[in-house]
Design a protein around this ligand. Structure first.
Ligand code: NAP
Ligand code: NAG
Length: 339
């Protein structure tokens, strides 16, 4: 028998084919196994594992939580629930009257100390940040919630967007974020203790057409959170970019809660009960996805289809929202005219 023997050749070929099939079967099985394990980890994270105890950050022992954008929506819930956990609350927001009402409510209900400071972050006023520094100087800060943000009024192509709106988003979502965090860190670092919760958004991971500046500001927040999270980890300070899908609020303009879109109350409850646990945020470190249905969506986005699919999907979604918003504007114009 020579090597040219057709029978031998056939045998060799069939062995190669068999080996190839086996190798690809193993790769496929490993792939499915890994995806299954990462999904199981999500389930365990979201439904089983307890988060860090807020007492680790000074709850109940005179520590303060600083909450920006505290007068409404998600921020208001952070202020309330952190007060319920026995932090003293320093709330910073735009509208003084809303802050005063919240302060009274918190003091009556939870018997903790409070401070408030009304400022408009879009102004980028140096004096405001100096005042913040003076107030925070006196406080033992255990928690910072970087929650304040501003958004496009309606989904708008970048080249048509108002310069003032663009400026405001950068001033609030980026410049304000950095300045407040730096002030608070000067109080956390000497104590080697602290929790920084950043109000992230899905728009920061999946680029959102027509919300380009907001989306970019949340991407900034996400990347910066990971970078400082790495710097601060060995110093006892936990940084968490809380990757949020829609929540009922005046910013989202969604009024009715649903399976995918919770009220701020249950949403914030899930965040505060899962500190240090990634949930659905399997890809980026220093990120978390504590709310079950948000965790599920994030897992699906990270584990199925391509990134360009999701960018295109979001484009379609925002185009629809823009159309509806423009029609609403037209109706409002007509109504105003006929009055
Ligand atoms: N809602 C969602 O679906 C969603 C999704 C992903 C991420 N997020 C993030 O979650 C955070 C909170 O959003 P939200 O939906 O709770 O918003 P919201 O209901 O509109 O509340 C925003 C809060 O920030 C304050 N604020 C707004 N602009 C300000 C400014 N220029 N200076 C000072 N304070 C200002 C508001 O004060 P006033 O009371 O004076 O208005 C209010 O207390 C944001 O970072 C947002 O990007 C929200
Ligand atoms: C992008 O999404 C639209 C629907 O919004 C769809 O019709 C189109 O085929 C998608 N394009 C790609 C390349 O996926």
């Amino acid at each position: 028998m020579t090597l040219n023997d057709p029978f031998l050749q056939l045998l060799q070929e069939s062995q190669i084919i068999t080996a190839t099939v086996v190798v690809f079967t193993i790769i496929g099985a490993l792939f499915i196994l890994l995806k299954t394990l990462s999904f199981l980890k999500l389930i365990v994270d979201v439904f089983v594992l307890p988060g860090k105890n807020l007492k680790d950050f000074g709850a109940g022992s005179g520590s303060w939580a600083v909450v920006t954008g505290a007068s409404d929506g998600i921020g208001r819930e952070y202020a309330m629930q952190l007060a319920a956990a026995k932090f003293n609350i320093f709330m910073i927001s735009r509208t003084a009257s809303k802050l005063k009402a919240l302060r009274d409510e918190i003091e009556n209900k939870y018997k903790v100390d409070t401070k408030m400071y009304a400022m408009d972050f879009t102004k980028g006023d140096k004096r405001d940040y100096e005042n913040l520094k003076d107030i925070i100087e006196e406080l033992d800060v255990g928690v910072l919630v970087n929650n304040v943000a501003t958004n496009h009024e309606i989904p708008t192509p970048f080249y048509l967007e108002d310069d003032e709106i663009i400026h405001n988003i950068v001033e609030v979502n980026i410049a304000g974020l950095l300045k407040v965090t730096k002030i608070v860190l000067s109080k956390m670092l000497p104590k080697n203790r602290g929790l920084i919760i950043n109000g992230g958004s899905f728009a920061g991971t999946v680029p959102s057409a027509y919300l380009s500046v907001y989306s970019g500001s949340k991407a900034f927040m996400n990347t910066w959170s990971q970078a400082i999270g790495a710097e601060l980890k060995s110093k006892g300070i936990i940084v968490e970019n809380v990757n949020t899908y829609f929540v009922v609020s005046s910013m989202s303009k969604i009024r009715k809660p649903s399976f995918l879109i919770p009220l701020p109350g249950p949403y914030v409850k899930s965040v505060l009960s899962k500190i240090g646990i990634p949930g659905g945020a399997s890809f980026y470190p220093f990120n978390s996805n504590p709310y079950p249905s948000h965790a599920l969506i994030n897992w699906i986005i990270s584990n199925t289809f391509s990134w360009s699919f999701w960018v295109n999907y979001t484009l379609g979604q925002q185009e629809n929202i823009r159309k509806r918003a423009l029609r609403k504007r037209e109706r409002e114009k007509e109504a105003a005219k006929s009055q």
